[in-house]
Design a protein around this ligand. Structure first.
Ligand SMILES: Nc1nc2c(ncn2[C@@H]2O[C@H](COP(=O)(O)OP(=O)(O)OP(=O)(O)O)[C@@H](O)[C@H]2O)c(=O)[nH]1
Ligand SMILES: [Mg+2]
Length: 460
């Protein structure tokens, strides 16, 4: 991350498709000289006189040597992703060919792009704001229907436009109040305090709604953390494996098999769930196991959902009631899951059905009733809130800036209540503007940009 503020007037090149063998590979060039550079190694039509958004067949040559037959797509500035001249060369997907073409272009004067540099140029050239640029990264990494929707919505504008509009109005107030400072003698009021209050209250509502969407946003991005908890040997690891369809966790009839928590993701109904298998809950004198048990308790507290699993053949109603009591104290939603139905005692099953009608009976070992369990899990997370077209904040950086914006807006309101002097009021408004501007990138620092774009991969 050393050389951050990168030059922006040169031409950059990188492989835009994944490394490795594929049917085709796409090499992307962006910058003033992109078309000339490509033209010098391309044999076919003269690229410099072709229209934007056209594709051309030809060969790439190093002197007399043909490297590959390719298709070249042209995007003439400003009608491209970066708003610069962009050339995309589709070659056959061999890493040998890719390396040869890259080297050839570097010899023509192109510079190998750094991670995220294409997206950074798009941002710097005003293609979109910072929040949208970050959504590009999210979109690339989204692997479920809901995370994809959230990222796409944000990339296409999302909350940026709302924020930008309100921010502009606030800027207007800030300047009016600052103007009043020049006329202190005259006691004039350019900015109506009532209108200012209305605007700040409106902004606060938007900001608060965005802040509260973050819990959901976080879940969409990182998966719903779902802890499988219960006594040793209840079959927690067996259940994890059955849900994942993979032998991820060790299973044995020795109580205390799982010591550290084991996690993996699956997608149910378009939502990613992160299932966490934990060390069985019991008092133990084994130091390592005890560490595992305390980790289980932490995981339970921070979960969005707990599957409380018990072995039908190794428990009674007293124990179940006691455990459920403890669970209620944690305050995380949970599902009661009775395991080992295949060897359950019918009498006990009836007692249980009476006492806890919402118990789900499964056999993790025999993979019975797992579909019902999955349905119940999905019900619990209330899918409707995932499906609304509302904007959700999925990015911790935005969440931070929004939280600070809220604080400063509350200061503005407090200042209005107490009729503080104009310079204090103006200061609090400026502070709100600063944090709002951080989200969309009107206010940036090199460090911030470096941090954001370095998380992209090369070629993005
Ligand atoms: N009969 C029967 N046995 C099961 C079932 N599910 C799990 N078992 C067995 O129960 C034993 C314990 O299973 P695990 O999955 O290791 O249990 P655990 O809850 O992860 O146990 P710890 O990691 O020790 O806390 C193993 O011998 C499994 O084969 C089931 O549905 N029916
Ligand atoms: Mg286990």
């Amino acid at each position: 991350m050393a050389t951050y503020l990168r030059r922006v007037d040169d031409t950059i090149v990188a492989l835009a498709t994944p490394q490795g063998v594929g049917a085709i590979a796409v090499i992307r060039l962006s910058g003033k000289e992109a078309i000339q550079m490509a033209n010098r190694v391309f044999f076919g039509k003269n690229l410099e006189v072709q229209a934007s958004h056209t594709i051309h067949f030809g060969t790439i040559r190093d002197g007399d040597r043909i490297i590959d037959e390719v298709l070249v797509s042209l995007f003439v500035a400003p009608h491209s992703f970066t708003k610069e001249n962009v050339v995309e060369i589709s070659t056959h997907g061999s890493s040998y060919i890719v390396n040869q073409v890259l080297r050839l272009l570097v010899r023509q004067g192109a510079r190998p792009a750094e991670p995220g540099e294409f997206t950074q140029r798009a941002f710097l050239n005003g293609q979109f704001d910072l929040a949208q640029a970050e959504a590009v990264a999210d979109l690339i990494h989204s692997d479920s229907e809901t995370s994809h929707q959230a990222a796409l919505h944000q990339m296409r504008g999302g909350f940026s436009s709302d924020i930008r509009e309100l921010r502009e109005k606030l800027i207007h107030f800030a300047s009016m109040i600052e103007l009043e400072l020049d006329f202190t003698e005259e006691d004039v009021e350019f900015a109506s305090r009532d209108d200012l209050r209305l605007l700040v209250e409106k902004l606060l509502r938007v900001v608060e709604q965005l802040i509260s969407s973050f819990d959901l946003g976080n879940v969409i991005k990182n998966g719903v953390p779902t802890v499988i908890a219960g006594k040793p040997n209840a079959g927690k690891s067996t259940l994890l494996n059955a849900l994942l369809n993979e032998e991820k966790a060790l299973v044995s009839d020795i109580a205390g098999t799982t010591r550290d928590s084991i996690e993996d993701e699956i997608t149910l109904g378009g939502v990613v769930f992160r299932f966490i298998d934990t060390a069985g809950l019991r008092e133990t004198t084994d130091t390592i196991e005890a560490m595992g048990v305390s980790r289980t308790r932490e995981k339970m507290k921070s979960a969005s959902l707990i599957l409380y699993l018990f072995d039908l053949g190794d428990t009674d109603l007293v124990e179940i009631n006691r455990d459920l009591n403890k669970l209620e104290n944690i305050g995380v939603p949970f599902i009661k899951v009775a395991n080992k139905l295949d060897k359950g005692n019918p009498q006990f099953i009836n007692i249980l059905k009476e006492a806890h009608p919402d118990t789900l009976f499964i056999s993790a070992g025999k993979k019975e009733n797992l579909e019902e369990l999955k349905e119940k899990i999905l019900e619990q997370v209330n899918l409707d809130k995932f499906r609304t077209g509302n904007t959700v904040v999925t990015n911790i950086r935005h969440f931070d800036s929004l939280t600070r914006t809220r604080e400063s807006l509350l200061d503005v309101l407090g200042g209005l209540d107490q009729e503080v002097s104009n310079d204090f009021l103006a200061m609090d408004i400026r502070r709100s503007l600063h944090y709002l501007g951080e989200i969309t990138g009107e206010i940036t620092t090199d460090d911030l940009l470096a941090n954001i774009f370095s998380k992209f991969c090369i070629g993005k």
